[in-house]
Design a protein around this ligand. Structure first.
Ligand code: PEP
Length: 254
């Protein structure tokens, strides 16, 4: 039985005051939620503050990025040991915005994932195809190769600590969500790939989130699919009420 994981990716949003207001609104709305993992990924500037505000709650802290080296002359970067020191339990790597806007390769993503694991932080590894790739019938090739490359440096005995996020690029921030069936097809493909590579047991334990315009209106149908184990939420995670509704998706309340 996989514990669903619902993560908020705030991207480059929220000041300290806005972050504090969000956490104050969210915690009472999710405090009785059980058997679900809730994760907040604020920008670096408010990680420390949000870490303090989450103390004593079950909500986990995540970073949106990390540099693969543990320290050194990397101006503007943040290392995995620094994130661990702040209490981060997760970090997002391989987000399509970083892959496309900052030219991050699968090999770089793989190094980041390994660095996180070495610091005791669970990577959320994102994969996803563009609209052109989907229309050219290349979805499975693209996802397969992103998985091979991005997981290449992860030690087999730590693989279960990795969370995958399937985020079709054409659905991110566009309001256009993959249908539950379409998302399920790709999630099943990902689990199959994981089974071939790391064995059936590991693949059954690993969680695969869906991301791409998840909102209160579509989360229930998406999470009802057998291989969708959570959501990585951008836009709708900026609002505490909307994110709380996503966390309280229907099937876990029944
Ligand atoms: C994301 O950026 O990870 C994301 C899924 O964004 P949105 O929910 O806004 O589509």
């Amino acid at each position: 039985m996989r514990t669903p994981i619902l993560a908020a990716n705030w991207k480059m949003h929220k000041t300290r005051a806005e972050a504090a207001e969000f956490v104050a609104a969210l915690l009472p709305l999710v405090k009785d939620v059980e058997r679900v993992e809730v994760v907040l990924a604020p920008p670096f500037t408010v990680l420390c503050r949000v870490a303090k505000l989450l103390e004593g709650s079950a909500v986990a802290l995540a970073a949106q990025n990390v540099h693969p080296e543990p320290g050194g002359a990397f101006t503007g970067e943040i290392s995995a040991p620094m994130l661990a020191d702040l209490g981060c339990r997760y970090a997002i790597v391989g987000h399509s915005e970083r892959r496309s806007l900052f030219a991050e390769s699968d090999a770089f993503v793989a190094r980041k994932a390994r660095a996180l694991l070495e610091s005791g932080i669970r990577p959320i590894v994102c994969v996803g195809e563009s609209l052109e790739e989907r229309e050219a019938d290349q979805t499975f090739d693209v996802i397969g190769s992103q998985l091979d490359g991005s997981l290449a440096a992860a030690p087999d005995d730590r693989i279960r600590d990795i969370v995958l996020a399937y985020e079709p690029i054409w659905a991110i921030g566009t309001g256009r969500t993959a249908t539950p069936e379409l998302a399920q097809d790709v999630h099943a493909f990902i689990r199959d790939k994981l089974a071939q590579r790391f064995g059936a047991d590991a693949a059954q334990q690993m969680r695969i989130q869906y991301g791409g315009s998840v909102k209160p209106e579509n989360v229930d149908a998406l999470l009802a699919q057998p291989d969708i184990d959570g959501a990585l939420v951008g836009g709708a995670s900026l609002d505490a009420q909307a994110f709380a509704r996503i966390v309280r998706f229907e099937s876990q309340e029944s």
